[in-house]
Design a protein around this ligand. Structure first.
Ligand code: PMP
Length: 453
């Protein structure tokens, strides 16, 4: 089918996630046809370096035959097995056990979902169940962080703190609260790491006081805020927040949907942050995007409380595709790849990526450079001294995304003029260089664009 007919069919029938439907109708879809390594090819045969690993998920890179084989073998043998009724499949059991072995501390229990949003939703349900089992049913208030992203389910989107996910949907709910972000580049307390940590600790204490300390169920944070614009907290931020939650007697959820599986270096960013949360949520890199899957890691004490609370009754939380055998078979293969050189390559490539982006710091449009491992961003401004953002009316995200695309680079362009990078961990030195050079070219062209200044 040629591209024009695909564009027409797309316009008529396919609803795109997080899109202006009218804007998309006008612009039409860009069809991707194939991919290998870190290179994607569009329907017209143009090749681009994928600086965003799809949607921060194809950590292993495209075109791994061993992943394809693992999925095909599982499809032939047993394409589906429910995990209801006490049934199961070998890949799901093995993957849960392999992951539990590698997860921090006593996060020994794994609940498989279809992606990140239902992983978050699952934690909300488990946390309510836990507090009811602990005979503290009044603990039904949840706190998350401004600029945070915790998925697009009805409950999770209320923990998400991005306006587009709330406006018109009647959320957040009144049991969902926020504290301000650690966003160092635009923090009212300045960019001193200790001041930022102190401000967040105070904000959480105050919020808990305001809600009522006996009513708070849990606090959610990402080790690095991804969709909020790749906001990296100071070293020690996660640890300090985790310890405060313990002191306040509330549960701590580390949302590692982006940071898990090598994105920042190790399999779990929580390991680097030296914390053992009560829950970790993951997805994306778990299967490297080849098939959908997410996983909730649950600490022993939570699992035991929920199990004892239910006794012989069923805990009514499940999906048809919980613990899907094909996704689990893919997960096992992807885990092997991570541990056979991919994580290591990611660390090397991440250092090159950060070095390259740092070299753009003196570009007139670059206000901030931040990141950790293969997760990074640059924040564009039109006036460095005043940190003036690019004018929103000029739709900088669309323009910069298009320009980068023309230059053979896929990046994430956020509405506020932040460019996000999350390339596959398999990137070679040449591919990282291409990402940097094509970014530089895109910035130079943007600088010449009278509408953006
Ligand atoms: N949590 C975080 C931190 C995420 O970044 C995302 C997705 N970008 C989600 C949850 C939701 O995951 P999914 O899109 O797979 O539902």
């Amino acid at each position: 089918m040629n591209s024009n007919s695909l564009i027409e069919l797309d316009r008529a029938h396919l609803i795109h996630p997080v899109a202006s439907y009218r804007g998309h109708e006008k612009l039409g879809v860009r069809v991707l046809a194939s991919a290998k390594g870190a290179t994607v090819t569009d329907a017209s045969g143009r090749q681009l370096v994928d600086g965003f690993a799809g949607l921060w998920c194809v950590n292993a890179g495209f075109g791994h035959e061993t992943i394809v084989e693992a999925a095909a073998k599982q499809m032939r043998e047993l394409p589906y097995a429910t995990a209801y009724f006490g049934l199961g499949s070998e890949p799901a059991i093995r993957l849960a056990s392999e992951l539990a072995e590698r997860a921090p501390g006593d996060l020994n229990h794994v609940y498989f979902t279809l992606g990140g949003s239902d992983a978050i939703d699952s934690t909300i349900r488990f946390i309510r169940y836990y507090w009811i089992a602990r005979r503290e049913p009044q603990r039904d208030q949840f706190i998350s962080v401004e600029q945070g992203y915790h998925g697009s389910s009805t409950a999770g989107a209320g923990l998400t703190a991005l306006p587009a996910f709330h406006t018109g949907f009647g959320i957040p709910f009144d049991w969902q609260h926020k504290i301000s972000s650690h966003y160092a580049y635009r923090n009212p307390v300045g960019d001193d790491p200790q001041a930022i940590i102190a401000a967040s600790l105070t904000a959480l204490r105050r919020k808990v006081e305001e809600i009522g300390p006996e009513r708070v169920a849990a606090f959610y944070a990402e080790p690095i805020q991804g969709s909020g614009g790749v906001l990296v907290p100071p070293r020690g931020w996660m640890k300090a927040m985790r310890e405060l939650c313990r002191e306040l007697g509330i549960l701590f959820v580390a949302d590692e949907v982006i940071t898990g599986f090598g994105r920042t270096g190790p399999l779990f960013a929580s390991t680097e942050d030296e914390i053992v949360p009560d829950f970790i949520t993951t997805a994306k890199g778990l299967t490297s995007g080849y098939v959908p899957m997410g996983a909730v890691f649950m600490a022993d004490h939570i699992y035991q409380t929920i199990a004892d609370g239910a006794g012989a009754s069923a805990i009514g939380h499940g999906y048809t595709y919980s613990a899907h055998p094909v996704s689990a078979a893919v997960g096992l293969e992807v885990l092997k790849l991570y541990e056979n050189g991919l994580l290591e390559n990611g660390v090397k490539a991440g250092a090159r990526l950060m070095g390259g982006l740092e070299s753009l710091r003196d570009h007139p449009l670059v206000g901030d450079v931040r990141g950790r491992g293969m997760l990074a961003a640059i924040e564009l401004v039109i006036d460095k001294a005043n940190k003036t953002p690019l004018p929103a009316a000029a739709e900088p995200a669309r323009r910069i995304f298009d320009r980068a695309w023309e230059n053979g680079l896929v990046i994430r362009a956020f509405a506020n003029g932040v460019l996000g990078y999350a390339p596959p961990l398999c990137c070679s030195e040449t591919e990282i260089e291409a990402i940097i050079e094509r970014t530089r070219q895109t910035l130079d062209e943007t600088l010449e664009d009278p509408d953006v200044r």
